[in-house]
Every structure is written in C-alpha cells, then in structure tokens.
Design a protein around this ligand. Structure first.
Ligand code: FAD
Length: 691
C-alpha cells in the first residue's frame, strides 16, 4: 500500500519520538548541554568545536595521564578528580579528567605506550552504565568495536588502571568495571594493579577506594618509572576577588545554575544541566505520627516542555540549609566576605569549574557544594597542611592516615566538613585553607531522584513525589542527622501551608532562591527516563511489591490501570503488596486505594503487612509467601513483577522468596527457582526500582 504525505509525516513523528525516548534524548543533543556551554562561556573557558579526540587532546595539552569517569551521582567524578590531583602532586604526572561522554573511543588504539588511561566507573541500577558512559560501554563491549587502525591486538599499546563503584545488594555488582576490564583485556590492553571495586552496599566505598589506590600507585610508579615526591597542594582553580562587582551586579551568579537562568530567559530542554524552576501546586504530610514525616508534593510542569511517563524519576535540586552555610563560612573565617564577588578560573586547560562565575562565596557554599555529606579521610590529609597550629595539624594527619581513628572520631558522629574542622580545631578558625581546595575536594551538590508517584495518563502535567524526610538520631549525640533535599522540601511544604515555622526541624533555607527567583513555592527539577515500565499490554497481570516509599511508582501504576479500566479497557489482575510500621501511622495513601478498587473491582487487590502491630514482625516478603500458589499461577500467566524501595534488605529478600515460591510450587530444586527468577529479570518480566 502507498503511504500518502500525511501518513509519512505521522510515521516520521512517531519514529523520531520513539528514537528520542529510547536514546534518552541524545539524538536531540539534550544531554549535550546548554549548561556547559553557557557556563564555559561565562568562564571564558572552552572554545566551541573542541576536540572529541582524546589522543589529540592529551597531546596538545601536554598530558600523560587521563582519568575517564562514568558517574551518575558525582562520586565517580569526585574520585577521578582526586586521582588526577594525587597523580600530579605525588608523582608529577600530567593528569586530566575526562567525562566519557565528551570523547570518541575509536582511536583508543592509537593511545601512546608511554601514557596511562584510568577508568573510574560506577554501575547504575540493574548493572547499567551511567548515562554519560552508555556510548563508551556499548562501543567497548561490542564483539568487534570499530577501532580506527588495524593493530593486532587493537589495544596492545594501552596501559590502564580501573576502579568500579557498585553496590553488592544489587544483582549485577560492579558489572560496569568488570565488563569494561574484561573487554580492555580482551583487546590486548595492559592493566596495572587490580581492578578495584568499591561497595556502597557495605558502606565501605571510600575505604575500598583508599585501599585500592595505594598499591595501584606503587605498581604504576614502577611501570612508568615515576618518582614519588613530597605532595604539596597545587590548586587546580584560581580564585580572583572582583572588587568592581557586588552581589547586586547583574552578571554575578547568586546560585542560578546557568546563564539562561541568570538572564531570566531559561527555557527547555530542561535536563541534568538545566533545571526547570517548577511551581509546587500542592504539598501535604502523609504520616500521622509526630516525629516522622513523609511528603506528598505535586510539581506543576505545565509551564515547561517537560514530559514524563509513568515509572520515570524526577530530580530535585536542593539548597543547603542556612545554618550549615553559616557554619562553613564561620569556620573558614569567611563571614565578612560572604558576599564578596569572586571569579573562579581553571588553572589547567582540561579542568572545568563546576559552577558558573563570577559568583560569591555564599552562593558556592549554598547552591553548589555538598557541604553536609560525610567527609573523606583523604581530604582531611590534604587540609592538614593548612591547620591553624602544629597540634591541629598533627591531629589532621592522624585522622587522614588512621582508618579506625577516623571512624571513631568523625564517621561515627556523622560529622560533615565544617563540623569536623571545628571539632578538630576546637573552634579555632581555619583561615589559611585556599578556597579552591573545597571546590576540588567536595562533591558538587547533587540533585536527588524520586520515583514519580503519579500516572502520566491521569496527570500529564503534574508530577507527584512521595518522599520520606531523612531525620535520623545519631547514637551518642543529642541532635539528629538531617538529609539535605528532603528537609528542604519539608520547609517548602511548611511555608506553602502557612505552618508556624517554615523550617525543617530547626533548619532554615533560602527558600526564595537566588534573586527571589524561586519565590511563590518553586523547586528546581528535571525528569529522568527510567526503564521501570508497565507492560504495554494492560491485560497482563502485574504483581507490585512496594513497602514504604517504595509504593511511589506503584501508586502511579495503579492510578494508570484504574484510569484505563474507567475508560472501558480490559485490565489484568493488579496485586499490590504494601508494608509499613502501623496502619494508624504510616499507611501511605490509605484513603486512595478504595477509589482505585472502585474502578478496578476484583482486578485490584491490596495486601498489607504492618511490621509493628503484632508480636511478630510481618513484612511484604512474608505476605508473598502466604500467597505462594496465587503468585506462581500469575507468573505462569506471564505476570510482570515490580519491586521498589529498599535495596539493601527488602529487594534482596523478595528476590529470594520468589525463587523459593517457584521451586516449591513447581516442584523443582531451589537452584532452578533462582534460575527462573534470573531469566525473568533478563526478560524484563521482573523489574526493580530500588535505592
Ligand atoms: P542526604 O543528605 O542525601 O543524605 C542521605 C543519606 O546519606 C543519609 O541518610 C545518611 O545515611 C548519608 N549521609 C549524608 N550525610 C552524611 C554525613 N555527614 N555523615 C554520615 N552519613 C551521611 N526517596 C524517597 O523518599 N522516595 C522516592 O520515591 C525515592 N525514589 C528514588 C529513586 C531513585 C532512582 C533513587 C536513586 C533514590 C530515590 N530516593 C527516594 C532516595 C532519594 O533520592 C534521596 O536519597 C533521599 O530522599 C535522601 O536525600 P536527602 O538529600 O534528604 O539526604
């Protein structure tokens, strides 16, 4: 049959849309970003049309060591920077850090023999590469990557080291570094030292990294004939005070994420480099208990070109709490200079300033640095040189080099950087630390992800968030540890609802944002596509396991199916396992489930597990077991199963229980049950959204 013009146009639009969807927008250049160019320009930095050829780049900038990173939440990027600094200061290597997304790999086969490439690679979710490493991963793990030359073996000249960041509670632990290492070896590259693996699941990431890097440096020094020298701090960023500017000068960034935001012309595409300042349409508390909070927010994206699909994630860009900003300024003796305007310039052609400038100390600390996070032991070692006196210096050196002592004095107490400095110096100011050390040594303040808890079919322009507020008591201390993003959201909710003190557990925030641009209850956000998706055929049965805030995407799924049923579609069995402590305290969306039941009739069933109501703790996995026969029958009808929430315990136990159910019900050995579960995962019939 012939297509007429309209058909072709429609088809083309569908194809493009599908391509955009599956490539996470890469064909549109969305990930290649208005942010970098706008702030690179603001910095007078990178020229446009910069090279994607790493060999050429290293040649022209005189580098002999490149550290590639695949990073999602910033940790791998941070480790890469630290390796770069250490390589330079201890061994005189000419190092550069490289975002995997910014280079091509075809010519890795002409990587010079006397140089070294380092790979710092996080594994994300279900054994996937991070967004910025997708292309690299696909290239290097292909059966026959299209290298530029015909060397045999193709990477015989490449010397490399590798470190992975993973989480042992996930099935594909550190698969990114493992697979890349395997591929590099297969193509003849020479690894120096072990391929290191850091484990976030065991909470040992930082120590795993430190334990890996020392032998790696020793092996590399030997291989490359490097001489170790007394490490001295060499800044990567230069800081210039701009006496002719004040914080009211229009070109000064007060926390605006990029140039368009500064100039008030922010427009899409909105993405990980360019947030949308979204109005919060509504916010409320979901728990009925005094000292625990769970927020429900409705984020209005109608004023933007943002879209989402049921099961996607929304990222919230937080602001640091006022007290933490003040404490940091205070301990660094920067109080008087809080609003002084500074420019930050990269002193190396390959370094990137992680925020736009000119800006102020206040804005950097408030909007751009992760100042509340745990401190790195290595960083304390670096700061020792700038201690206010010799005793404090000795203490810092000890903390930096003695793992147990560090744990006992610092980690155990959840101290962040300013608290650590202040405890170690007993309140004496640290006026000698070059501010650049913090830009280099602390992470960029990261957006936090939330599983969207609404259906895009029901409310395409409003995104629901379900977030439990982090407020943990710390043993041995009177105050509690408070999460950055969730307490910021709590404060916004309190302000929106006119609650007496718009502050979260005593924390205050600059809620109106830079130049009051977030006034009227706005929050900067972007949307991230996920693979956690309902089956395209709504008649397929689904089993949803979502205890606690793990119920977030499940609410979206049930909403969507209820709407489909209302509009006359046949919908398959939908069974939701939800768990919490007590029906009267933290039963999320209790009043809504009845509504969905009305629409779905006997196609919907809610199974609850309340862990603190009876004498025995009951969790969702126990309820699954009780329903073994039904679960097995549904799976045999090709039901999809979805698990969301706690990665460390719940998700793993659900996985185990499922294998047991299958084994028992089908009369096969447990190992066979496990294998069937594995195959379900591989076929996307078993999907996880866990954190
Ligand atoms: P943070 O400040 O980031 O702190 C988080 C944790 O880090 C603390 O609890 C603590 O254990 C540790 N920590 C931080 N600072 C220190 C320190 N100084 N010392 C020691 N330990 C420290 N959450 C939800 O509530 N609902 C959801 O739907 C949801 N969906 C998610 C989906 C995905 C894909 C991912 C990756 C995460 C999701 N999360 C969700 C978790 C969410 O992203 C945040 O991690 C969570 O809200 C905490 O953020 P925060 O900024 O408040 O806490």
């Amino acid at each position: 049959a012939q297509l007429d013009t309209l058909d072709i146009v429609v088809l083309a639009v569908i194809l493009l849309g599908t391509a955009a969807y599956f490539t996470k927008g890469k064909v549109w250049g969305i990930t290649k970003d208005p942010y970098a160019s706008s702030f690179a320009n603001a910095n007078g930095g990178a020229k446009s049309g910069k090279t994607r050829n790493i060999v050429e780049k290293m040649e022209e900038s005189g580098k002999n060591c490149v550290i590639f990173y695949g990073s999602q939440t910033g940790t791998a990027e941070d480790y890469a920077s630290r390796l770069a600094k250490e390589g330079k200061s201890r061994f005189g290597l000419e190092t550069m850090v490289a975002d995997l997304e910014e280079y091509d790999y075809e010519n890795l086969d002409s990587f010079p023999e006397d140089k070294v490439a380092m790979f710092v690679l996080a594994t994300y979710g279900e054994g996937e590469p991070t967004d910025n490493a997708v292309d690299f991963y696909e290239f290097i793990t292909a059966d026959e990557p299209s290298f530029s030359n015909s060397n045999d073996p193709p990477l015989g000249n490449l010397t490399y080291v590798a470190f992975g960041l993973g989480n042992n509670t996930y099935e594909h632990y550190n698969s990114m570094v493992r697979n890349v290492d395997k591929a590099l070896e297969k193509f003849g590259a020479h690894r120096v030292g072990e391929a290191g693996e850091g484990d976030d699941g065991a909470g040992t990431m930082e120590e795993d990294f430190l334990a890996w890097k020392d032998p790696m440096w020793a092996a590399l020094a030997e291989k490359m004939g490097l001489e170790e020298r007394e490490a001295v701090y060499e800044p990567i960023f230069g800081i210039v005070e701009r006496d002719n500017l004040t914080k009211d000068s229009p070109e000064v960034y007060l926390g605006e994420p990029n140039k368009m935001h500064l100039e008030g012309t922010a427009k899409g595409p909105f993405n990980a480099h360019n947030p949308y300042i979204a109005p919060i349409a509504e916010s409320k508390e979901l728990f009925n208990v005094k000292d625990r909070n769970c927020l429900h927010l409705e984020v209005d994206i109608s004023g933007s070109n943002l879209t989402y699909q049921t099961g996607d994630h929304i990222a919230v860009w937080p602001t640091n709490p006022g007290q933490e900003v003040d404490e940091m300024l205070d301990i660094l003796d920067l109080k008087d200079k809080q609003d002084t305007v500074i420019s930050v310039k990269a002193l190396e052609p390959t370094a990137k300033v992680p925020f736009p400038t000119p800006t102020t100390y206040d804005a950097i600390i408030r909007y751009h640095l992760e100042i509340c996070a745990p401190v790195s032991r290595q960083f304390l070692g670096t700061l020792a040189a700038f201690a206010p006196d010799e005793n404090i210096k000795a203490e810092m050196v000890k903390l930096g080099s003695d793992k147990d002592y560090f744990h006992d004095k610092i980690s155990k107490n959840h101290y962040n950087i300013s608290r650590t400095l202040s405890v170690v110096s007993n309140g004496q100011k640290w006026a000698n630390i070059p501010f650049s050390a913090f830009i280099e040594g602390l992470n960029k303040l990261q957006p936090r992800y939330y599983s969207i808890s609404s259906s895009s079919l029901v409310q395409p322009k409003k995104i629901s968030i379900t977030a439990v507020v982090e407020n943990q008591l710390i043993p041995g201390r009177s105050d509690a540890f408070k999460g950055v993003a969730t307490n910021y959201l709590l404060a916004l909710k309190q302000k929106q609802n006119g609650e007496p003190n718009p502050e979260a557990f005593g924390l205050t925030y600059e809620l109106t944002g830079p130049r009051n641009k977030y006034d009227g209850i706005h929050v900067p956000v972007h949307v991230r596509h996920s693979n956690f998706k309902l089956p395209s055929d709504p008649t397929k049965p689904i089993i949803l396991v979502g205890p606690g805030t793990g119920v977030a995407p499940m609410r979206g799924f049930v909403q969507e199916r209820a709407r489909l049923a209302e509009s006359g579609e046949t919908v398959g069995k939908t069974i939701l396992f939800f768990g919490c402590r007590k029906r009267s305290e933290d039963f999320l969306y209790e009043s809504e489930w009845g509504e969905y039941k009305k629409a779905l009739g006997d196609k919907f069933e809610l199974v609850t597990a309340f862990s603190r109501e009876g004498a025995k703790k009951v969790y969702v996995q126990h309820r699954l077991k009780e329903r073994a026969q039904e679960i097995n029958e549904l799976l045999q009808q090709k039901a999809y199963i979805y698990v969301c929430g706690d990665a460390a315990n719940m998700a793993r136990e659900v996985n185990t229980v499922l294998g047991q159910i299958i084994a028992e019900q089908r009369g096969v050995p447990e190992s066979k049950g496990e294998e069937i579960v594995k195959n379900m995962r591989a076929a996307n019939q078993y999907q996880e959204d866990v954190w």
